[in-house]
Design a protein around this ligand. Structure first.
Ligand code: MSP
Length: 666
């Protein structure tokens, strides 16, 4: 049945997850993609419905419950909360959460079953086949017999069992041609394209009728009028996409949103969505969904992350250390939507430290700190736009159009690449203008105001287009920028570069992203205790870049008092800076030569983004002289300077009068 999808509506679904165990990174991945698309489409002014939920029936759940000595219902009631808590912790904005054990769903499935029975597409017979409990399906392909006399499921690699029983069949074979015709008319039904080809060749190879009830499984929805049969878990589960949107209980809602715009899932269950599901829908006379999008797998140690392989990563550990947005960003940035990706802690740390803390966090921090320091938080009169300023503005207009196009085409990682390319341009613009130098020349104030206005406007625009991926951080950035409206209340069409105007008071920015050392992350992962509390990001240390090889000091509890003796162990001295040069290929490292009175020392300090060499040479400041030397970028750092750290910006305390080098500070 043809019903043109309504361009103003966006109905997105995730698979409903099995509750045989707790959620992991793989489940989070699909759900985050769905959330990004839902948030983006809300920004574009569409009416959005985002459905997720849990698949609570079937043999697999029955088995998992029995292993725990629980009834299936007790078991599912316990696990479902873990999914809901995780979705809350990672800011998943679903509109409805469906559980297949809910009465409205069960009734809806029975109604659809009856409909297909009445139309003659479901009939009773006897089935003999090889059943895979892990995937909850009979093998459909011609799998060779092992010499021990059983067959292995080609999808899961586990042993299947031969089962013969009375069953109801769905006439899948009758839908081979209608399906092929439908695919030909809707070449974007399955995406990515390579998967469409796979699906088509599978269907071209012939379709057998499908057994859709079981007598040996009790935990499920009974067949209407024949309760010794339980409806096959996939027939039950797939229909959640209809019952979850009101079919059978809210006609208005159902009519408004069906057919779905996009069903998301990984490739493991594409066949169910791209073949069985449209065939069931055709049989029931329902309009067909727009797109079935199958993404790749997150692998760990090069194998699909799954509970049965024991290689799952617990998202709670990452959330506790890094917060929701780092996880959201990493998962959708790291791999293009159709490909597999191997999860590595190194890659994760790199993304967080480099993309988030450095490129984004630092830009926000630096810009707003300068607006506060140089203009008391309010940019006043600005000079005219130069060609370079215009480039920053035009760059945003292009970015906005491009991200809209890419998000609409589900190319989330491509949209992020564009956003980061623009971030790079803005960072360079700011560094090239050296506003900290202009701040010393009173006649350059209008120019300084213009440069900071341009940077603040760019930050505002970036956080708007980035919001679908990182809602929490972008909301905070808007707050720091003194925006009165929430991002979610502004439509894409309303966003312009000029939205940030002079005269607006900005707030004090706080560090947005934690900077974490790899070994701390690994240790946290190892410790592995699951707590649901999210830690607030910690400010970065002034003199540490992530490349440092020294051992970080353990975090001190809030009132960890030390004795005076312990304090005196620190040899604090006045050091006079003799020379300063940038460490090549770093963003903020200076190699400093300092006079400590009786000797000269070399130090590496992460302050080159706040100070120029001229700002430092000849000045006296405080260093710890008896800290163990550390090798940083191949250079031995023989002392560490002290600085106040505001977010990512280090501010060095200078003396207000001459103090001889080497003087003790106590
Ligand atoms: N209950 C069925 C789905 C029924 S939908 C009508 C099911 N559940 S599941 O819990 O096994 O979830 C499978 C889905 O979880 C995958 O299709 C994918 O969306 C997500 N993922 C689970 N592990 C994953 C990875 N390792 N990598 C990427 N996605 C993963 O199948």
């Amino acid at each position: 049945m043809e019903k043109k999808p309504d361009e103003n509506k966006f109905y997105v679904t995730t698979p409903i997850y099995y509750v045989n165990d707790v959620p992991h990174i793989g489940h989070a991945y699909t759900t985050i993609i769905a959330d990004v698309l839902a948030r983006f489409n809300r920004l574009r002014g569409k009416e959005v419905f985002f459905l997720t939920g849990t698949d609570e029936h079937g043999q697999k759940i029955e088995k998992a419950a029995a292993e725990k000595g629980l009834s299936p219902k007790e078991h599912v009631d316990r696990v479902v909360g873990r999914f809901q808590e995780l979705w809350k912790a990672i800011d998943i904005s679903y509109d409805a959460f469906i559980r297949t054990t809910e009465a409205y769903h069960e009734k809806g499935v029975q109604k659809i079953f009856q409909k297909l029975l009445d139309r003659g597409d479901i009939t009773k017979g006897t089935y003999q086949g090889w059943y895979c409990v892990s995937n909850e399906h009979f093998l459909v392909e011609d799998v060779p017999m092992e010499k021990e006399g059983y067959k292995i499921c080609p999808d899961c690699g586990i042993k299947t069992s031969l089962i013969e029983e009375e069953t109801y069949f769905f006439r899948l074979s009758a839908y081979q041609k209608p399906l092929l015709d439908f695919y030909a008319a809707h070449p974007n039904f399955v995406r990515p394209q390579s998967r469409m080809n796979e699906v088509m060749s599978f269907v071209e190879g012939g379709l057998q009728d499908l057994s859709i009830t079981r007598t040996s499984v009790k935990w499920g929805i009974p067949v209407p009028g024949d309760p010794k049969h339980t409806i096959y878990v996939w027939f039950d589960a797939l229909n959640n996409y209809l019952t979850g949107i009101g079919y059978g209980w809210n006609e208005e809602l159902y009519k408004k949103f069906w057919p779905a715009t996009i069903h998301l899932m990984a490739k493991d269950i594409l066949r169910f969505h791209a073949i069985f599901w449209p065939a069931f829908l055709m049989a029931g006379g329902f309009p067909l969904p727009g797109t079935v999008y199958s993404h790749g797998w997150w692998l760990k140690d090069n194998a699909k992350m799954s509970k049965s392989k024991g290689n799952v990563l617990d998202p709670n550990i990452i959330l506790r250390t890094f917060g929701a947005d780092s996880l959201r960003y990493f998962l959708v940035r790291e791999i293009p939507i159709g490909l597999d990706g191997n999860f590595s802690h190194e890659a994760f740390i790199h993304r967080v430290n480099s993309d988030l803390a450095n490129d984004l966090g630092n830009l926000v921090q630096r810009t707003l700190t300068m607006v506060r320091n140089y203009f008391g938080g309010v940019i006043g009169e600005v000079g005219p736009e130069t060609d370079e300023d215009v480039k920053v503005r035009a760059g945003f207009d292009e970015l906005k159009a491009r991200t809209e196009e890419l998000f609409s085409d589900y190319a989330i990682n491509r949209a992020l690449e564009e956003i980061w390319a623009y971030l790079g341009t803005v960072n360079k613009y700011l560094a090239d203008h050296e506003p900290w130098k202009m701040a010393k020349e009173p006649d350059k104030r209008p120019r300084l105001a213009r440069v900071l206005l341009q940077a603040a406007s760019a930050i505002r625009g970036i956080s708007y287009v980035l919001y679908p991926v990182m809602p929490g951080s972008c909301d905070k950035i808007w707050e720091y920028l003194g925006e009165s409206k929430k991002i979610r209340d502004m439509k894409y069409s309303e966003i312009t570069f000029g939205g940030f105007r002079p005269g607006r008071a900005v707030q004090e920015p706080k560090a947005l992203f934690p900077r974490v050392l790899l070994k701390d992350f690994l240790a946290e992962e190892k410790a592995g205790s699951e707590s649901k509390t999210k830690a607030a990001p910690e400010p970065a240390s002034a003199v540490k870049e992530t490349t440092m090889e020294e051992t970080p000091t353990p975090k001190a509890p809030a009132r960890n008092l030390i004795s005076f003796e312990e304090f005196t162990k620190m040899d604090l001295r006045v050091a006079k800076i003799l020379a300063a040069e940038r460490v090549p290929n770093t963003n903020k490292l200076f190699k400093l030569e300092a006079d400590l009175g009786t000797e000269k020392r070399t130090m590496i300090a992460g302050i080159a983004d706040t100070y120029t060499a001229e700002d430092l040479i000849g000045k006296s400041l405080i260093v710890i002289a008896n800290l163990k030397p550390a090798r940083i970028r191949g250079i031995e750092s023989q002392a560490m300077l002290l600085a106040a750290v505001i977010g990512d910006t280090a501010v060095v305390p200078f003396f207000d009068r001459d103090v001889p080098p080497g003087t003790k500070v106590k």
